[in-house]
Design a binder for this molecule. Structure first.
Ligand code: PLP
Length: 391
């Protein structure tokens, strides 16, 4: 037998995956069943109804795609877009760029509206792009841009899309289960997420929901959806209507998602959002003592993900490595224009705990002092304590 590498217990405070509650892990060990077993189909029904609650929607087409968040992104675009369709994509970070990339691969004519990394999209600029593009099929944006920690205000963009006859697509990978998200009330036509960020399950499924208008757009396509596996009308037949075979569902992942969603409902979505906000505020209060400020301006800082500028001159990768090797804590570095300049600290789902914030700040204090960063001993942990004691 060759020697195998043993995975380690980690405190996952990066951009995802996040830690998973033992209840969710236990759920994954429930018995396997056939993919059309009537009992398993009922478990799937539980998942669709819990997902509707979590998304804030009554959309019939609500299900979980087998695959990670990117499979939801790919499914939304490959179903809604036909070659030659015109689409406007908001790009203010890595994932907006990925949306534009996939839309281009679908053969669509893509217009991007950019904002600086760390800023939100300007609704006036989006409106202008929609007007200039003529007949637009779709406006696609990211709710919480995990590369920058920006939360994009959605209602003005939804209104702009609808004024121009376009469908409104939202990437909610880092928002579902962590920040306020109201699919129906805000007029979102297509929305996908992932299980491993604020939802609290392992990576492997991508929840998705489509409005009747979006379903109509797919039904009215003149060409078949290029992807068989991600064909949402086929998937709807398996998950919701005819209950006919499409592909073999991953039972353990569906059990995990159901348990994670039950836990979210037990906590209450609003309480859960407040928990994410409270812990993010404590983290930011602590980071401020290291001279680290969040990249996005106040008002558009997403609670599940804090992207903060590292102290000037710090060998940031070395500190992250030490944090992982000595403390077993993962945080993320920056991408693109922010590479080497920021840390991305995720407090998502089960990982959003006050005790984790204190543990991280304590560890960082030791490591930063070792690197010669000037700081008052114990100040960051104390600031986080004060923030947690407020209200
Ligand atoms: C993580 C993430 C994705 C991609 O999800 P995967 O599960 O890595 O495929 C897409 N969009 C956003 C905003 C994300 O944070």
């Amino acid at each position: 037998m060759q020697e195998l590498t043993e995975p380690r217990d980690r405190l996952l405070l990066g951009p995802g995956p996040s830690n998973v509650n033992p209840r969710v892990i236990r759920a994954m060990t429930m018995p396997l069943m056939g993919y059309l077993d009537p009992t398993f189909l009922k478990v799937m029904d539980d998942v669709t109804s819990l997902l509707r609650q979590a998304f804030g929607t009554s959309n019939e087409l609500t299900l979980a795609i087998s695959g990670t968040g990117t499979s939801g992104m790919e499914a939304a675009l490959v179903n809604l877009l036909e070659p030659g369709d015109s689409v406007v994509v908001g790009v203010n970070g890595l994932f907006g760029g990925r949306l534009a990339d996939i839309a281009t691969r679908c053969g669509a004519s893509v217009t991007t509206v950019s904002a600086e990394w760390g800023q939100a999209l300007d609704p006036a600029a989006v409106e202008q792009a929609l007007a200039d593009a003529g007949q637009v099929k779709l406006l696609a944006v990211v709710h919480v841009e995990t590369s920058t920690g920006v939360v994009q205000p959605l209602p003005p963009l939804a209104e702009a899309a609808h004024r121009h006859g376009a469908l409104f697509l939202v990437d909610a990978v880092t928002s579902l289960g962590g920040v306020d998200l109201r699919v129906d009330e805000w007029g979102i036509d297509a929305c996908y997420s992932a299980t491993q960020k604020c939802v609290g399950a392992p990576p492997g499924l991508s929840p998705i929901t489509l409005s009747p208008r979006a379903v109509e757009a797919i039904s009215g396509r003149s060409t078949p959806v290029q992807s068989f596996y991600l064909d949402l009308l086929h998937l709807q037949r398996y998950w919701i209507t005819d209950r006919t075979y499409h592909h073999t569902a991953s039972m353990p992942m569906i059990y995990a998602l159901r348990e994670a969603l039950v836990m979210a409902m037990e906590e209450g979505l609003e309480n859960r959002q407040r928990r994410h906000e409270r812990n993010a505020a404590a983290l930011r209060a602590g980071l401020a003592e290291f001279g680290m400020r969040p990249v996005p301006p106040e008002g558009i800082r997403a609670s599940p993900l804090t992207a903060a500028l590292v102290p000037e001159g710090l060998e940031e990768a070395k500190v992250r490595r030490a944090l992982l090797n000595e403390y077993g804590i993962e945080i993320g570095g920056g991408f693109g224009p922010l590479a080497g300049k920021i840390w991305r600290i995720g407090l998502m789902g089960e990982s959003s705990q006050a005790s984790h914030v204190l543990t991280l700040l304590h560890a960082l204090e030791t490591l930063l002092a070792r690197e010669g960063v000037e700081l008052a001993s114990g100040a960051a942990v104390a600031a986080a304590h004060r923030s947690l004691a407020e209200e």
